[in-house]
Design a protein around this ligand. Structure first.
Ligand code: UDP
Length: 330
């Protein structure tokens, strides 16, 4: 009856759909919103029969209306991989900026608490390692990643302004590389790329010499950190990620072992502005939220591989799984 009501944008995406599951499990009434450009209804179709879930097919870069009360808003709508930014750069900028503005306006009107999905990309190609929240970053505003990085930086600024000047309750999570079931096979990110290649019997493409590093967090750990942050009273940015750092070359070897593929690694040019090192300093999350990751990479990769193995042949061999083309023509 008196369920708390939460709006989750990007609900049909990788992280958004896992958030929907968590909030449903915790007994909330969940309103999912997505324009389905990179999201997929398959990720949330199991929720449609539940009376505590509703779905709105809407682009939050346009005015957002939700009837009734709202207690919480989690803004997770955005393309989130470098190849997406290249294909839909303007939409990427708009959802981080205009979309955030619309949702902050909604939060203000409804007196809701709002949490935004920021990113380790605000640190750019970092000159400080590991990255602490106090580091201002090294972002190229006009590079290929600039549309995402700057939208997210603007998003943080806009969110702090609503917090400071309008008294809106806000939370900011800076998300580091995360993986798990429901990642889009062809979103270009390294884990689905490698696993997809292994399953198709193709060689694994390492960009550059493979010495660049990332630190991969399993999705359940990330969702738990976000959940704790929302219900904390801390309004400043908090890194959530797994500090277990690995080179991309070593990561490719791990995937080869996991999948048992007899394919080899091939090397391709490193994309422009690809960060050379990334690892979160999670001291704040540990101290403020009592959070740290629990799932190690071996366990997390196994679960994720099992998920990708359930994809159909058609899904595995279809190169595109999104609706960019239709959207761009509109
Ligand atoms: N990468 C790679 N091969 C691929 C896809 C990505 O070597 O097929 C590299 C990429 O250049 C980057 C790292 O893997 O250094 C992580 O890339 P991803 O796109 O997953 O995330 P991000 O760069 O945003 O952290």
């Amino acid at each position: 009856m008196d369920k708390k009501r939460v709006l989750i944008t990007g609900a049909a995406g990788f992280l958004g759909s896992h958030l929907c599951d968590r909030f449903m499990k915790e007994g909330f009434y969940v309103i999912g919103m997505d324009n389905l450009i990179t999201g997929n209804l398959k990720n949330i179709e199991h929720l449609f029969a539940d009376k505590n879930f509703e779905f709105h097919h809407h682009d939050v870069s346009n005015f957002v209306h939700v009837s009734g009360e709202l207690d919480y808003i989690l803004h997770f709508a955005s393309p989130a991989s470098p190849i997406d930014y290249l294909k839909i750069p303007i939409q990427t900028l708009k959802v981080g900026s205009l979309g955030t503005h619309n949702l902050l306006g909604l939060a203000k009107a409804k007196k809701a608490r709002m949490l935004i999905a920021s990113t380790s990309e605000v640190y750019g190609d970092p000159m400080v390692h590991p990255q602490t929240e106090s580091y201002y970053g090294n972002v190229n505003p006009i590079g290929p990643r600039g549309v995402y990085d700057e939208a997210k930086r603007f998003q943080e600024a806009m969110t702090m302004a609503y917090h400071t000047y309008h008294g809106v309750e806000t939370r900011i999570v800076r998300i580091f590389n995360t993986y798990g079931p429901r990642m889009r096979l062809n979103d270009g990110r390294v884990l689905p790329a490698f696993i997809g290649q292994a399953l198709r019997g193709e060689d694994l493409t390492v960009f550059g010499d493979g010495s660049q590093t990332r630190s991969f967090c399993y999705v359940d750990d990330l969702i738990d950190g976000i959940y704790r942050l929302l219900f904390s009273d801390y309004a400043y940015p908090v890194n959530i990620g797994n500090p277990d750092e690995i080179t991309i070359g070593e990561f490719a070897e791990e995937i080869i072992k996991l999948t048992g593929t007899d394919q080899k690694v091939i090397y391709e040019p490193l994309p422009k502005d690809d960060p050379m090192q990334r690892r979160p300093d999670i001291t704040k999350a540990q101290e403020i939220l009592g959070w740290e990751p629990k799932v190690n990479r071996a366990e997390g990769l196994k679960i994720t591989y099992d998920y990708f193995k359930t994809l159909t042949e058609e899904e595995l061999f279809t190169k595109e799984h999104n609706t960019f083309d239709g959207y761009i023509k509109k």
